[in-house]
Design a protein around this ligand. Structure first.
Ligand SMILES: [Zn+2]
Length: 494
């Protein structure tokens, strides 16, 4: 399917602050890089929202027929506690506190991250590189920036010279900051810094004696600056210039600003055509923070075990809730909002079930299918406007319910086309799944086991003991034990 040639997709570019028609560098191909998590704790719900937005974007671009190479990294070194290049490495600190190897911390939270994303039905990225796996590439970039004169070495550490760079380039163009203003806005350093100017940022840091994560380099045993890894990994897998770079709004400065500077200084090109930033998620109208208790872990949504929730919710309900907002708007998470989304989600799923069971009826179709479909694509082509798409989907839901009641009619080919479109928008692009409840899948399981018990009873009544024994034994192998009593057959799950 090659839809992309007929459609005009517009993307809001954070660099120019306007929607622009999307033109990929290589016809039919898209290179997309998204900054991944720093794996030192459970993934934050706000980050899940950001990654979900890019999952939807990945899905839509793929749906349009593009061959998308989607790179989302894992930050497993170099992300210090504050953005002034000071403080401890976040992963090393957690490792010290928990008396574990840093790579044990990385492994634990990478697994957690993948588990959570899988529950939310994410598609895995095409490549998921790690910062520690690309130390050599990062050292090479530092060497080049030094050669070009945009960095300097002090006591084994290498810093990017922002003022020097700004003489011939424009530092701050993504976040609309002026270098002069940054002098005043940057926290006063404690005097121990080797930086010439407070705007400068670390490309390579010499490791202190206690620091457990370090690698040899021409300058010192040390570790790369956080911003460097994304420059190294994005260009390694997508080329010096690629189509889309995404991340959370909070990464615009300094992270993405520094990425642009590193790329322009080392390769002479601005790396990215379309910068995209997803907005934040608040909880009950306030910023989420562990310290104030105004916080919720993604897994707690399913279990309902959080003081901000009255019950557990299916992952698809939470996904539907997030898709009801534009990715560039702030979204407020609350129990009431989720309850409302659950109603909407169930209505949508019911309608789809109904749709699958419908037969063509009448001698014409009483719904303008092509206009409706065009509207759905227009919404997505307008910078991935999922709330408008969802409103359009509910127009179809209304029609489906009227069809069921015999108040509308539809021809066979239109019915097939409606089924196909609904499937594409709801499951392929929004990434929703038919789900019944929260963690408690008990209802569905009971139904299936009851069905098998009835089949077994029928087999026994027909003296087909081979079949009845097979059902019992295979259920047992799955951990489900049948018990025959005088009131019939019951079951227990191990
Ligand atoms: Zn990054």
């Amino acid at each position: 399917m090659k839809l992309y040639q007929e459609q005009e997709l517009k993307i809001y570019n954070s660099l120019t602050n306007q929607k622009e028609v999307f033109k990929p560098i290589n016809e039919g191909h898209v290179g997309m890089y998204v900054c991944g998590p720093t794996v030192y704790s459970n993934v934050h719900l706000g980050n899940v929202r950001t990654f979900m937005s890019f999952d939807m974007i990945f899905r839509y671009l793929t749906h349009l027929g593009y061959k998308v190479r989607y790179v989302r990294n894992i930050t497993d070194v170099g992300h210090l506690e504050n953005d002034a290049d000071e403080g401890e490495d976040r992963i090393a600190k957690k490792a010290r506190l928990e008396e574990l190897e840093p790579m044990e911390i990385v492994q634990r939270y990478t697994v957690d991250f993948h588990e959570i994303l899988q529950k939310f039905n994410f598609h895995p990225p095409s490549i998921e590189p790690t910062a520690t796996g690309h130390i050599i590439q990062q050292i090479e970039i530092v060497k080049t920036i030094l050669e070009k004169g945009y960095a300097y070495e002090v006591n084994g550490s290498v810093y990017f010279d922002v003022l020097k760079f700004n003489e011939t380039h424009e530092y701050g163009k993504l976040s609309n900051r002026k270098v002069e203003d940054l002098v005043h806005n940057t926290r006063a350093l404690d005097g121990q810094s080797d930086k010439k100017n407070p705007q400068d940022f670390a490309l390579w840091k010499k490791a202190e004696e206690k620091h457990i994560m370090h690698w040899p380099s021409p300058w010192s045993e040390g570790f790369p600056g956080w911003h460097l890894e994304c420059t190294a990994m994005s260009t390694k897998y997508l080329g010096d210039k690629f189509d889309i770079h995404g991340g959370g709004m909070d990464l615009k400065f300094p992270h993405h600003e520094c990425e642009i500077a590193q790329n322009e200084a080392s390769k002479g090109t601005s790396p990215v055509n379309y910068w995209m930033h997803a907005n934040m998620l608040t909880l009950n109208g306030k910023k989420m923070a562990k310290s104030t208790g105004n916080n919720i872990l993604p897994g707690e949504i399913f279990s309902g075990k959080n003081k901000n929730l009255t019950k557990g919710f299916a992952a698809s309900v939470a996904r539907f809730f997030m898709m009801q907002a534009n990715y560039r708007s702030i979204l407020d998470f609350s129990n009431d909002a989720l309850l409302a989304s659950e109603k909407g989600f169930n209505k949508l799923m019911e309608a789809i079930k109904t749709l699958y069971g419908l037969k063509p009826v009448g001698d014409k179709t009483t719904f303008n299918l092509s206009v409706w479909k065009r509207g759905c694509y227009d919404a997505l082509n307008d910078d991935f406007n999922t709330p408008i798409l969802i409103a359009d989907l509910f127009e179809a839901v209304r029609f489906i319910n009227l069809l069921k009641d015999g108040k509308e009619t539809i021809l066979a080919e239109d019915l097939a086309s409606l089924k196909e479109s609904m499937h594409a928008f709801v499951f392929d692009i929004l990434g929703l799944e038919q789900q019944s409840g929260s963690d408690d899948d008990g209802d569905a399981l009971s139904g299936v086991v009851e069905l098998l018990i009835n089949l077994r009873n029928e087999a026994r009544a027909n003296k087909d003991f081979a079949t009845s024994d097979k059902i019992r034994d295979e259920l047992l192998a799955l951990g489900i034990q049948l018990k025959d009593g005088k009131d019939g057959t019951s079951f227990s799950v191990e």
